[in-house]
Design a protein around this ligand. Sequence first.
Ligand code: HEM
Ligand SMILES: *[C@@H]1O[C@H](CO)[C@@H](O)[C@H](O)[C@H]1NC(C)=O
Ligand SMILES: *[C@@H]1O[C@H](CO)[C@@H](O)[C@H](O)[C@H]1NC(C)=O
Ligand SMILES: *[C@@H]1O[C@H](CO)[C@@H](O)[C@H](O)[C@H]1NC(C)=O
Length: 323
Amino acid sequence: MVAIILPSFAARLVILLLFLFNGFHLGYGLSSDYYSKTCPNFEEVVTNAVKKAMGNDQTVPAALLRMHFHDCFIRGCDGSVLLRSSGNNTAEKDGPPNISLHAFYVIDHAKSAVEKLCPGVVSCADILALAARDAVSLSGGPRWEVPKGRKDGRISKAIDTRQLPAPTFNFSQLKQSFSQRGLSIQDLVALSGGHTLGFSHCSSFQNRIHNFNTLNDVDPSMNPTFANRLRNVCPLHNKVKNAGSTMDSTPTLFDNTYYKMALQGQSLFSSDQALLTDHKAKNLVIKFANSHDEFYQAFVKAMIKMSSLNGGQEVRLDCKVVN
Ligand code: HEM
Ligand SMILES: *[C@@H]1O[C@H](CO)[C@@H](O)[C@H](O)[C@H]1NC(C)=O
Ligand SMILES: *[C@@H]1O[C@H](CO)[C@@H](O)[C@H](O)[C@H]1NC(C)=O
Ligand SMILES: *[C@@H]1O[C@H](CO)[C@@H](O)[C@H](O)[C@H]1NC(C)=O
């Protein structure tokens, strides 16, 4: 009796877990043709808004990619990063690591244009996911079909930004942060390649270039010439408000330079360097440094996984406030 009940109970549990896992992590319900009947041409409208903003400000693509990552890692990709603080609630965007967030206006412009086309249909979370894809492809990176059908969430709390991985994380902390969201070591290494775009403030890598530990002032895993350059831009008592460094030597090009520089001790964060401390991750860094095709393929796969984490309930009319 017991022998018969147990396996079937176990089987049901497995089916239930598969269902839950599928539903949450793999974006159950998302599809490429989600708006094909209700708003067939909206993708073009989003792409045009991104193009226009990029033409005026070349820091826009990096900002959109970082914004989408930040959105997806907190409560799933539900546009929570876009909400503004209200009365008694401090929103994510006013939380501590918000120094890296900007260009929210691009999403607001895209949303207004989409609302004119088909009012109340397309979620802010989907617009952000598409804008991040456009940011990559318009910077010379790969282009892919984005699964759609995300809903916008109603909660955004500054305190939740603690759930984002920190630039001081070691490999096991990074691995844990990603695996909690159903993302593998390959996803971690490929998505870290997002650091081929954009800029970082001194505060994000200060730990590596001053008072690193009791023995070394500078992280010994850093290339000394590279470290000196960063120390010049970011002195110990830095007074320049927006001082910092580009993420790699080609900050507006989506390419594999980030991996090439990482192998030479020329990455900014401890979290970038940490990818070389794990055998499997290091081999992937080498693979992506040697082939931008391998990088692009892995990046697209990982982006689709990350951007399918979801959690919302509604289609917001204004991306800054809940309905
Ligand atoms: C692996 C864990 C990650 C950590 C610890 C991390 C940390 C950071 C930090 C500290 C900054 C600089 C903030 C500043 O000082 O302004 C930054 C910038 C950036 N990150 Fe990451 N990040 C991670 C993963 C990702 C992922 C998955 C993506 C996207 C696929 C991404 C895309 C970016 C971009 C594009 C920038 C530049 C932003 C700009 O120029 O406006 N990061 N990241
Ligand atoms: C915010 O304050 C209002 C009234 O002051 C209250 O009704 C509401 O429940 C509060 N919201 C939260 C999230 O605490
Ligand atoms: C970051 O948060 C501060 C307050 O904590 C706020 O004044 C600022 O506007 C925020 N930056 C962005 C880009 O939202
Ligand atoms: C990574 O950091 C955590 C937290 O500081 C620490 O407990 C752990 O021992 C570190 N792991 C390695 C391999 O250094």
